[in-house]
Design a protein around this ligand. Structure first.
Ligand code: BGC
Length: 779
């Protein structure tokens, strides 16, 4: 590094200059770096469908494949997307754990199990970095809930930290050498994670040998000196951060030693070097991969033989989500695909004979207006600054303004267009956003006032802004001018930001009529496929869930359709657990998670049997929220206590007398397996199993380690290894599973201690369906 570069220049390198980039610092030969959110795609620097991205299934879906090879291929595709968009650093993967099913961002994390999470994340990181693109594994650490996420302090034992929450990060560091880590917003045991020297410098760097850079979560760095000394290399986003000029000042005053500054700078220069020559990798077909991951992730929990469909049945396809698929969770994980294949399109294009009925909607929220629109920017005096194409009613200018607009001068932005209704009746038009608005439809001013925020999380206001809805009677074919003007208040905005939406919904029948229509189409069909799931109000960022019930009247819809047609298949389109009180009364239950842009094609593949549903639950699926052993997501007086220690997920369920609806690891394919033999020698378990069913299949072989004698201090069994097996009908497959020494160890007194003694390896199809038991003595 050029030691002669002024302190200012060196400090500038460590501070975001806008929402996504680090500035070029010519004095240091640094050309700047671009970061962008994942994990299911690479959004790039703009929040718009004008800059589309491949949208893959949610991380819970990827975890349901239990397939590291597939995760690696996902990583390679993401590197390709990043390079296409000029992105050097992908802000992913998210490896926090499913501690409580109420966690708002579960869809964005992999699993309740740290080994499954860590192994899939490591493969994902290898894939991304093999394409010359960096990752930031996030959010380090214990960011397993959203309520008060910016300020909450997590009180957690050293043992639970090591055995659960730190473990995925440790696995990724050791197996994939990630170029970056993102520090979480929350604190751990009294210290903010962006300032946590003990965990960032001590554990991550000194103990595990992490040699990459640490970035703050967005707006997560709060104190210049504490962050610099605590090991935080980069403060994002800009232009106002606690680094840059403030850091230069702290160095000059001696509060931060110059060698600390230089160490941070060195790591960022190294990051630039690592991402400067994108590797030439074979091109990946993003659409094909999205479709493959989706069908491999779909988790079949119940099947009375109705699936795969045979012959040419008449299919009643039912549900608001069957037409408007929810293919990803909300928040910073959102990307904008160029198209989404809904279940309806997917089934129709597979040649199925489909009749559609809406039945019920998961959400009362309106979608962005989809008629031709323009965005028009004015200065504070009302003078025109520019006019722009607006792909739909959702406008998000973040960090970067469109050409010709200087944020300082910007006074208001209008979304305007001419709407030609296709249907007569009561349309709904809504303002999405907070602040001052004027909504005009034709000659009528429907609103001229201010909408107040509903939450004090700045991101919640953005990701999940309130909608103010107005009914409007319109006639088919009678065009009408619609205009929504947003007057900006820029006080307190940390960066240039304009975000609001003009939303619309066609006239719809009343809910009772929709339900009756669904019953009628179900009665007349050979088979009914009902798609139910969650909404943006339920699974997103910046808030947790309050219930696991399906929103709206979807449970009633399933019951009524199942009563009307004995062959009812329920497709559950949710990123994390929901209650399914009707699950024993339907022919099949298929979880599709948030399936990504190729949702409908993958669904058709699985329903028709072109593909086998490959998913196994990466998280325990409760029957009811009340049954769950760990649910709390709300800090008390700013403190969130992880008092359950190492007992989360199946580790905790095993100690209750209540069975979940579906066990960790479970899921059906279209064939059957017989587990024939398992033998253990020198840390390796060799398992032979046979495909006893009628068609080729894939199975996830899972082995769980258990102390031979019950030990109250430890879970009764825990995942020790897993592998993918494939075999043709009648054929057998043999897989080998490495049982790492760590599987036998617990953390106490600042070290790992292997516990010697007799153990059993329970091997099979899921946590509890383990036909083979192999005794062993350790060491
Ligand atoms: C999220 C991060 C994300 C960042 C940038 C934060 O609010 O917690 O996961 O990478 O925003 O969008």
């Amino acid at each position: 590094m050029d030691q002669h570069a002024p302190v200012e220049a060196r400090a500038r390198l460590l501070a975001g200059q806008d929402m996504w980039t680090l500035p070029a610092v010519p004095e240091l030969g640094f050309h700047g770096l671009v970061m962008s959110d994942g994990p299911i795609g690479v959004r790039g620097t703009r929040w718009t469908s004008g800059d589309p991205s491949i949208a893959l299934p949610s991380p819970t879906a990827l975890a349901a494949t239990w397939d590291a090879g597939l995760a690696r291929r996902v990583g390679s595709l993401l590197a390709q997307e990043a390079r296409r968009k000029g992105v050097h650093v992908l802000l992913a993967p998210t490896v926090n754990l499913h501690r409580s099913p109420l966690g708002g961002r579960h869809f964005e994390c992999f699993s309740e199990d740290p080994l499954l999470t860590g192994e899939l994340a490591a493969a994902y990181v290898q894939g991304v970095q093999s394409g010359g693109v960096a990752v930031t594994v996030k959010h380090f650490v214990a960011n397993d809930f959203e309520t008060e996420r910016m300020t909450a302090d997590v009180v957690v034992s050293e043992r639970a930290l090591r055995e659960l929450y730190l473990l995925p990060f440790e696995i990724v560091v050791r197996e994939a050498a990630p170029y970056g880590i993102m520090a979480a917003y929350n604190g751990v045991n009294g210290t903010a994670m962006s300032e946590h020297g003990e965990l960032l410098n001590g554990v991550l760097r000194d103990e595990w040998g992490f040699d990459g850079f640490v970035v703050s979560d967005w707006f997560g760095a709060r104190d210049t000196v504490r962050a610099a000394l605590g090991g935080l290399d980069v403060a994002m986003p800009g232009p106002t951060t606690v680094y840059g000029p403030a850091l230069a000042e702290a160095v000059r005053e001696g509060a931060v030693p110059e060698k600390v500054l230089d160490e941070h700078v060195r790591r960022v220069l190294e990051l630039a070097r690592r991402t400067s020559s994108p590797a030439e990798t074979p091109p990946v077909d993003g659409r094909a991969l999205a479709r493959e991951v989706a069908s491999r992730s779909f988790t079949l929990l119940r099947n009375d033989g109705v699936l795969p469909l045979t012959g040419t049945p008449r299919v009643a396809l039912i549900g608001g989500l069957a037409k408007e698929a929810r293919v990803m969770g909300g928040g910073s994980a959102r990307v904008f695909p160029s198209h989404v294949v809904s279940p309806l399109e997917g089934l129709e294009s597979a040649g199925l004979d489909v009749v559609y009925a809406r039945g019920a909607d998961p959400s009362r929220r309106l979608n962005p207006a989809a008629f031709p629109l323009r965005a028009i920017a004015y200065d504070t005096e009302g003078r025109l600054l520019g006019e722009y194409a607006q792909p739909d009613g959702s406008l998000q200018w973040i960090g970067q303004m469109p050409e010709g607009v200087d944020y300082g001068e910007l006074g208001s932005v209008a979304i305007r267009g001419t709407f030609v209704p296709q249907t007569s009746g009561e349309h709904r038009i809504a303002i999405e956003g907070v602040g001052a608005f004027k909504l005009t439809v034709g000659d009528d001013v429907l609103f001229d006032g201010t909408v107040a925020p509903e939450s004090d999380d700045p991101f919640a206001a953005f990701f999940f802004a309130p909608q103010t809805v107005f009914p409007v009677d319109l006639k088919q074919g009678m065009e009408v001018e619609v205009e929504l003007v947003h007057r900006l208040v820029k006080d307190g905005m940390p960066l240039p930001f304009v975000g609001f939406g003009l939303m619309h919904r066609e006239p719809t029948a009343d809910p009772d009529t929709l339900l009756s229509e669904a019953e009628a189409v179900a009665t007349a069909a050979d088979v009914a496929v009902v798609v139910v799931g969650t909404s943006k109000e339920v699974e997103s960022e910046g808030f947790d869930r309050t219930s696991l019930k399906l929103p709206g009247r979807q449970d009633e819809l399933v019951r009524r359709v199942a009563a009307a047609n004995p062959r009812t298949i329920v497709v559950v389109n949710a990123g994390s657990p929901v209650e399914m009180p009707w699950r024993e009364d339907v022919s099949a239950v298929l979880l599709t998670w948030f399936p990504g842009q190729e949702a409908g094609h993958a669904l058709a593949d699985v329903l028709t049997g072109t593909a086998e549903p490959g998913g196994r639950l990466p998280t325990t699926w409760p029957a009811r929220l009340e049954d769950c052993p760990v649910t709390e997501v709300t800090p008390v007086d700013g403190v969130m206590r992880y008092d359950e220690g190492v007992f989360i997920g199946y580790r905790a369920w095993q100690r209750t007398n209540i069975p979940p609806a579906y066990e960790f690891g479970s899921g059906l394919g279209y064939t059957t397996w017989s587990y024939e033999n398992a033998s253990y020698a020198d840390g390796v378990l060799t398992v032979t199993l046979r495909n006893t069913g009628p068609r080729p299949g894939r199975e996830i072989v899972q082995t769980y380690l258990a102390p031979a004698r019950r030990d109250e201090n430890r879970p009764s069994r825990w995942l020790a290894a897993f592998a993918v097996a494939e075999a043709a009908p009648g054929e057998s497959a043999t897989v080998t599973l490495d049982i790492p020494d760590r599987a036998f160890a617990i953390w106490h007194d600042d070290a790992w201690h292997p516990i010697p003694g007799d153990y059993l390896l329970h091997t099979g199809h899921s946590l509890t369906d383990t036909p083979l038991t192999t005794p062993l003595a350790h060491p």
